[in-house]
Structure formats: C-alpha cells, structure tokens
Design a protein around this ligand. Sequence first.
Ligand code: DGY
Length: 323
Amino acid sequence: MSAARKPEVLVSRKLPPAVEARLLRDYRPLLNPEDRLYTAEELLARAKSADALLICHTEHLDADLIARLPPQLRVIANFSVGVDHVDLAAAAARGLIVTNTPDVLADATAEVTLLCLLGAARRASEGERLIRAGQWHSWSPAFMVGTQVTGKRLGIIGMGRVGQVTARRARGFDMQIHYCNRRRLPPELEANAIYHPTLESLLPQCEFLALHCPATPDTDGLLNAERIALLPDGAIVVNTARGSVVDEPALLAALRSGKLAAAGLDVYRNEPAIDPAFIDSRNTFLLPHIGSATRETRDAMGFRALDNLDAVFAGADPRDKVV
Ligand code: DGY
C-alpha cells in the first residue's frame, strides 16, 4: 500500500512503543506522544480527516459527539474490553463499526482482583500507611487482625473470561466458588462452581464477592443497599469491573457500619475524581484502575485493536466487532 493510501487513524492516548511502531508501519496515525486527555472538541478537531479512531475508556463518545464525527470515518477501535464509554446505538445508527479487546486482559485483571481481595482482607493499605508514617511501634496478637481468605466462599457476579480466571486463581486459596451469570456455564468451564440463577440466591453465600459484569444500563447500581443487606455480615466486596456497577454511597455506608468488613476497589463511578469518602475510609484497599496494566497485556490489547482495524480496512469482519 502506498503511504498516501494508508488509512488515517486518530489515536487518542499514548500507546505501548511496539503498538505505535506497528501503527506507524501500517497506517497514518495521529499519535498523542504527550498522552494528553483530549476534550470532545479537541478529539473532533483532530479526527477531521481520520478513517478510524483508536480510543480508550477515557474518551466518552456520546450520541452528540458521534453525530459530529467526520463522514469518512468507518471504525471506532477500542483499546479496552469495556465499551460503556461509547454510545453503541448511536454508532450503529451511523453505520460505524465498533470493536473491543476481549480475552487478552483476563489474566491481568484477575491478578488485580486477587490483589484487591487479599489487600482488603489482610488490611494491606492500613499496614502500608502505618509503616510509611513511622507509626509501627510493636507487634501484638490483636495487631492488624484481618479476615482469612483460605477456604472461604467467593461469589462472582459475571462469569465471563475475567470471572473464570478469577475463579481459577481463587481455587489456589481453596476458595469455594459460587457464581451468578446470565447463562449457566458448561461443566468443563464451571469446574464445580455452584451456579445461582439469581443474585438473591447468590449473595447470602458470599463471604467474598467479586464483580465482573459489564457496565450496562441493566447493571448500573446493581450492588445497592438492598443487595448488600443480603451479604453475610463481615463480607468483603471486590470490584475490578466498572464503578457504575456499585451504588457507592450504599457501599460506603456498609463499610462505615461494619456490615462489610472491607472493600478492594480498582474502579470508581467518577474516576479519577473519586468520592473523597473512599480516601477517608479505613477499611478499603484502593487501586487506580490498573486491572489491565501490565506490559504484556497492554501490548496484547494494542495488537488486538490493530488486528480489528486491519480486518476492517481489508474489507473483512473484525474478530471483536461489538456493533
Ligand atoms: C478495559 O479494558 O475495559 C479496562 O478497564 C481498561 O479500559
């Protein structure tokens, strides 16, 4: 393909070097070396002559912005598995193809789920803060006592790829897996996990609860005060999916009252401007949305997004077409 005929791709954020190298080889990319977060107007201005957008979940493509995208644009390739930041109906109505990057981030995200689970249960943030503040003065049998993980019941809401890897890793701690999913998994994937057709049946079993469902209008605020009340007293909640799945004021109230022993969170409704009550809370283990943040996974996400672009510009159906 001659340089002039290479499709132009607006890349919204700085991507791993190997991914940008492939972009430079195969496309005319408009890169963002300073990794600035573009406003909607800046994004539209930069996309003026683009044939494709390669964006992250930090870019919010609502119906208004999609309506103003240039007419030659064919595809929105997401560097993410989640696509809740894109108005899919508006994109489909304009005939745009939208793709995501499933599969490749399951291992990394499940690692962070286990990190959140262990960090919350064993009070890792509190311990770290204490040492860094020079306030660790002695050891005692009552000092920093947390919740043991080994052998406990873990409930998983959303048994897709990340949920399944989380279950496998948690079995390494002899955890018993319960799950709720739209569909029951076949026996080889279920691997003796106990299926619950409803949250009402799942939640009372969950000494630990991990959220792995996608953010959709149906899952908005799914873990609310009524459902938290169904968890056993002293349960621990872990969220590495999306902040919108949790009713955050209800979660904070349950953490304050002691209904929940702790929470381990990687995602928040208004990230990065999270509710300051989380920062003041003692019994939370907080991470800044790093579920997929390993070198291996970020490369794999970029290559998967590029495979999808390659397919579109070769006239084929991309493997990860969402709409
Ligand atoms: C995803 O892929 O959805 C991650 O949360 C990063 O956006």
